[in-house]
Ligand binder design. Structure first.
Ligand code: NAP
Length: 273
């Protein structure tokens, strides 16, 4: 099977104003894609687009609140408007990177339904709406790529992050079904599962002041971006990044009770500290 080439493709990257999304947009542009950048912050999108252009690439910013857009759905004004603008200015996307997302911490007993809904709007409903919106163009082009940025916590849940874990588990299920549904149309669905990554993710998270312990070393967003781009090129169904993440997912599968006990002890200690 021939490798996917980014050269000349249009890639739409969500959450491209900073962190993993910014690094991914820059990496795809470096590999020859023309990138459409979306997030809420206009100044940050302009900064990222400027940096890509100065490096010789093609990039354009498309500011949008995806939480709001998700509530309107794939046929809503915001999503339709985004696709029309991207198509007119950059071209029809054949790569969609659903990266925008936020964390949600706190125990499930205290978690409000409205916070849980917000996490699902951005982490699940928005990727679904964008995938629905982009698929007709991908089918017309004879294929494409949809990358859904999940997490190690989309495969192994931890205490005190149940709302976030639930949203990423949902994204995993959605991705798995989508992969089977659109594979015949030449659309490749990739799930990326970063572990802890050095970004503003922890500061931006909702749901109280508790944060997971710093113990695990953080990856650089640029390393995650390279891993995503490599996995797209090799048509991998999923990309896991760290040994610690893989070990946690394996332990959770092989011995759920032991994993629960270890997690309970580890996270309770960190919260009571
Ligand atoms: N960092 C980690 O440790 C880690 C680990 C595993 C998985 N992940 C996943 O990786 C992805 C990227 O996270 P990150 O670490 O790069 O976090 P980040 O630095 O906080 O970046 C989040 C991005 O999402 C955008 N965003 C947030 N709310 C939005 C909204 N309502 N509408 C549109 N865009 C919105 C932000 O831009 P604006 O604020 O400008 O809108 C920003 O560009 C997320 O899906 C996250 O769950 C992160």
């Amino acid at each position: 099977m021939s490798r996917f080439a980014f050269e000349g493709r249009v890639a739409l990257v969500t959450g491209a104003s900073r962190g993993i999304g910014e690094a991914t947009a820059k990496e795809l542009a470096r590999r020859g894609a023309r990138v459409a950048l979306t997030a809420r912050s206009e100044p940050d999108l302009a900064r990222v687009a400027g940096a890509i252009r100065r490096a010789g690439g093609t990039a354009a910013p498309f500011p949008l609140d995806l939480e709001r857009a998700a509530a309107e759905g794939a046929g809503g004004r915001s999503v339709r408007g985004l696709f029309r603008a991207v198509e007119a200015e950059v071209g029809a996307p054949s790569v969609l990177v659903n990266n925008a997302g936020f964390g949600l911490y706190g125990d499930l007993e205290s978690l409000s339904e409205s916070d849980l809904r917000r996490a699902f709007e951005l982490n699940v409903i928005a990727p679904h709406a964008l995938a629905r919106a982009v698929l007709p163009a991908m089918r017309e082009q004879g294929g494409g790529v949809i990358v859904n940025v999940s997490s190690v916590l989309g495969r192994q849940a931890i205490p005190l992050a149940g709302g976030y874990c639930a949203s990423k588990f949902a994204l995993e299920g959605l991705s798995q079904s989508l992969r089977a549904e659109v594979g015949d149309a030449g659309v490749h669905v990739l799930v990326a599962r970063p572990g802890r990554t050095d970004s503003s993710f922890r500061q931006s998270a909702m749901g109280g002041s508790w944060r997971p312990p710093e113990g695990v070393p953080a990856m650089r967003p640029e390393a995650v971006a390279r891993g995503i781009a490599d996995a797209v090129e090799s048509a991998a169904p999923a990309v896991d990044f760290t040994l610690a993440g893989r070990a946690l997912m394996t332990l959770g599968r092989l011995s759920p009770k032991l994993t629960d006990r270890a997690m309970r002890a580890f996270y309770r200690r960190s919260r009571d500290r």
